[in-house]
Write a protein that binds this ligand. Sequence first.
Ligand SMILES: [Zn+2]
Length: 82
Amino acid sequence: MKKMEDKKIAVCSKCGASWIDGQLFWSTGKEGDPHDLAGLVCNNLGDETCINPCKGSTSGDSWERRIDGLKNLLKEGEDDNG
Ligand SMILES: [Zn+2]
């Protein structure tokens, strides 16, 4: 007999993200990528209480990457001004 309780649910007490059967869900309930979570949250705020298995990963989205994108946009704008 199959039990519904077989779902493995883990919640990170640091960032509030939860993993249900290995799938990451943001604290908002949206599905997420643990690499993005690491780059945006856990790498900055996480400590030994963070359960994100991808903590320390930089292959996902990160503020640096987002800021780089903004910088490139600004640069293009500056180039236009001469
Ligand atoms: Zn975390």
